[in-house]
Design a protein around this ligand. Structure first.
Ligand code: FES
Length: 175
């Protein structure tokens, strides 16, 4: 265990929901190769808690007897994992090459301005999160934006507002 890394994070793992921690512990205990299953453990942690805050990463590192930096390195590397709470809807802007050359950065800027958040953050009302993603394999539709799992292609600065409004209306309807 790397104590220096633990001190850097220095958060109280007792703040974590103990019922969810017990469920995570049961899952970890069921694994033969705990360290080799780090990614599965992180998936389980994110599905239970909704995201992977630093104190949860630290808890996982201690439980698997891994350096906290290694766990954080894996969480940071995969865009699937999030260290921030996610809104009801996740808006993912593809920043892969094909989408970038077709102006996905302008779409991202428009979303940031409309939602009043930076990339990686959640709106104050908890309805939307905005993230960047790498190529999703739909380059022929560039530029591409995903809302949750739904792919929108040939998105423009002019029609992105309309797409997002559909989800806003759903939210207002309580769906
Ligand atoms: S670069 Fe965006 S889908 Fe491939």
């Amino acid at each position: 265990m790397n104590n220096a890394q633990d001190r850097k994070i220095n958060l109280d793992t007792k703040q974590l929901d103990q019922t969810l921690i017990n469920e995570l512990d049961t899952y970890i205990a069921s694994l033969d190769d705990k360290v080799g299953n780090l990614i599965h453990v992180l998936h389980k942690g994110q599905s239970l808690f909704g995201y992977l805050p630093e104190n949860l990463q630290l808890y996982i590192a201690r439980t698997l007897d891994l350096p906290a930096a290694k766990v954080n390195g894996v969480v940071s590397f995969y865009s699937y994992f999030t260290q921030e709470p996610r809104g009801k809807h996740t808006i993912s802007v593809c920043m892969g090459t094909a989408c970038f050359v077709k102006g996905s950065d302008k779409i991202r800027n428009k979303l940031k301005a409309d939602l009043k958040i930076e990339t990686g953050k959640m709106t104050d009302d908890g309805q939307f999160s905005l993230i960047d993603i790498r190529c999703v394999g739909a380059c022929g539709l560039a530029p591409v934006v995903l809302v949750d799992d739904k792919v929108y292609g040939h998105v423009t600065v002019d029609n992105i507002g309309e797409i997002i409004n559909k989800y806003r209306e759903e939210n207002h309807d309580g769906n």
